[in-house]
Unconditional design. Sequence first.
Length: 223
Amino acid sequence: MFIAVLAVASSVGPAFAAGLKALSPVDAMQKFARCDASFFALLAADPTPFGSAIELTRKGPHATPKVRNPWAGVRQDGVQEFAQPIEVDGLRLLAWREDAASVPPLGTFIRWGFEVEGKPERVAVRLNRLLPLHLKLSSRDGTWTRGEARNNRDPANEWKLPAMPLGVLPKRPNTVDRVLAAERSEEPGRTRLYCTLQGDITLDLLRSLRPLLPEMRQQGSPR
């Protein structure tokens, strides 16, 4: 189962322009753990919470760690190995990684996040120290996850239903699962710490949660 410094080097982020305090790596990880667009808005507002080790792509109010094309189905096209490890309060971030694929008629599966040094349990426990209760990972049968789901037809647009088991594409019509997970990477000695969206993902939902990613989508990906 399952990021050159910002290209616009002459432009400082709005946070600095307003004279605000620079954001910390912990701030960034807390935003990341929400599995929504707030992490990418943070990187655009302040491109340096992780230092200069990550290469970013920026457009408008969002920035994202740079990869070639996660829709391509080639692992190397979705990975950016950092220029140097990034230390975040006990977490040692080594790379950024994304995958995206459509699996008709089941839906779409998208993952984004970090390759982290160490075993999943260690990574999950250290991440949980940084997070409020409602964002923490829980362990079940040796798997560390936090899951929720929504129905595309819900007028309240709320995430509330239980998510399907990790790696299982929902077969419920109009339903999308969102999961934060820590699991063993294919790379020895690493954990993959990632967010995933899976199921009946509309293009509007993808734009709202994963800005910039729709621009790389292939035919057959979210409508």
